[in-house]
Design a protein around this ligand. Structure first.
Ligand SMILES: Cc1cc2nc3c(=O)[nH]c(=O)nc-3n(C[C@H](O)[C@H](O)[C@H](O)COP(=O)(O)O)c2cc1C
Length: 374
């Protein structure tokens, strides 16, 4: 995640959807059984969307996330009972519903067994990753490589569909490279093999995260399959999410990087759909949500790892805020969670009081605490 690509805002005027209400924006059903009430999906993001992060989004957005997806989980790890992979299956059933568990790999039988483990672990949907561009995943036949190995992918989907009762879905890219865009063919084949939803990130494997996501490809896929299609790529605001949800034939929209900067985004989308003013997020709310995140993270990861996770979220959440870089610089040097919150709290209290300039004066000259291990 440290090098997670930045998400550039697109000109919002191009996505003006008006103040709402927007009653045409409705949910959809996956495989005839899993109802996604709101068509906005929290994207899977490895190293980011663990259970604590997903719950933070649910909390900040007052339970308006349409569908939660786990970080991708290795089928090798799951079937060999690797602790790290098993830990990625953890979720809180009171919040993270419906939940899709995403798995990755390239071996047919192992994929089917991993899907069964995910189902037993509580997945309501099992999603097969066909989009990861990372060399270590691709080299072993998984992720985006499956878009070049269509025969294997077809067997893999079919076998997995037959192995579990829950719907099986796939997440693909637009193709391997600009001269091999094959999302439509791959999606059709997956549908034929029994996939119940297709998610399309409108970039090629070779593009990684550069350039812009091509929502034309998303629309092409939607026009060519009967199962729900969810589009992914570059949604930055509530307006844009609604605008993208109106892409012809598209059932839903995934939100990834924007949710790191703004976990309230699903709630803001919901406000806009209902014709209400979009919720404004003040410093007190940011502090509340960050504290909750740290507490939820502490339930599953060791105390020494919390500051790292908190820094990751804080860095994105305060991007573009006045004096945000000063806060980041100071908070990033903190050694403990308490030290970090000391900085964060003073910053947000000052922000709400309109006293950030005074805060900044003090912060610049305050010596940085150095923790000495007992
Ligand atoms: C840090 C990071 C990790 C990601 N990990 C996954 C993953 O585990 N599985 C997956 O299908 N996509 C993964 N993606 C891709 C996202 O799900 C999404 O398709 C992509 O970021 C484009 O959407 P966005 O512009 O809303 O972020 C990841 C993206 C980022 C930035």
């Amino acid at each position: 995640m440290a090098n997670a690509p930045e998400l550039s805002p697109s000109p919002s005027a191009a996505h003006d959807v008006g103040p709402g209400p927007h009653p045409d924006i409705r949910g959809f059903t996956v495989g005839g059984t899993v109802r996604v009430e709101r068509p906005f999906v929290l994207a899977p993001m490895s190293g980011v969307t663990d259970s604590a992060f997903r719950r933070m989004c649910g909390m900040a957005s007052t339970d308006t996330v349409g569908l939660y997806v786990t970080e991708f989980i290795s089928i090798e790890g799951l079937t060999r009972a690797n602790m790290k992979s098993a830990a990625r299956l953890a979720f809180d059933a009171r919040v993270e519903r419906p939940l899709s568990v995403q798995i990755f790999g390239g071996e047919v039988e192992r994929m089917a067994s991993a899907a069964q483990i995910a189902e037993e672990g509580g997945a309501q949907i099992v999603d097969i990753n066909c989009g990861c561009p990372a060399p270590k995943v691709v080299k072993r036949g998984g992720g985006a490589e499956l878009m070049r190995q269509c025969d294997t992918l077809a067997r893999l989907v079919e076998r997995t569909v037959n192995a579990v009762k829950v719907p099986v879905t796939v997440k693909i890219r637009s193709g391997w490279g600009a001269d091999s865009i094959n999302a439509v063919q791959v999606a059709r084949m997956c549908e034929e093999a029994g996939a119940q939803m297709i998610c399309v990130h409108g970039r090629t494997r070779l593009q990684l995260y550069t350039g812009e996501a091509d929502w034309g490809v998303v629309a092409d896929v939607a026009a060519n399959v009967r199962v729900p299609v969810v589009g992914s790529g570059d949604v930055t605001t509530a307006e844009e999410a609604i605008w993208r949800a109106r892409t012809p034939g598209v059932a839903g929209v995934m939100i990834g990087r924007a949710a790191i900067m703004n976990p309230w985004i699903f709630g803001q989308i919901d406000d806009l759909i209902q014709g209400k003013p979009q919720r404004v997020v003040d410093g007190a709310e940011r502090l509340r949500v960050l504290r909750a995140f740290a507490e939820m993270a502490a339930e599953r990861i060791p105390a020494h790892a919390i500051p790292g996770r908190l820094k990751q979220v804080l860095a994105r959440m305060t991007k573009g805020m006045e004096f945000g870089s000063l806060l980041r610089e100071r908070a990033m040097r903190a050694q403990t969670t308490e030290e970090m919150f000391d900085w964060i709290e003073r910053f947000f209290v000052a922000a709400d009081a309109g006293e950030l300039e005074t805060w900044a004066l003090g912060a610049r000259f305050e010596p940085v605490q150095v923790s000495v291990a007992a």
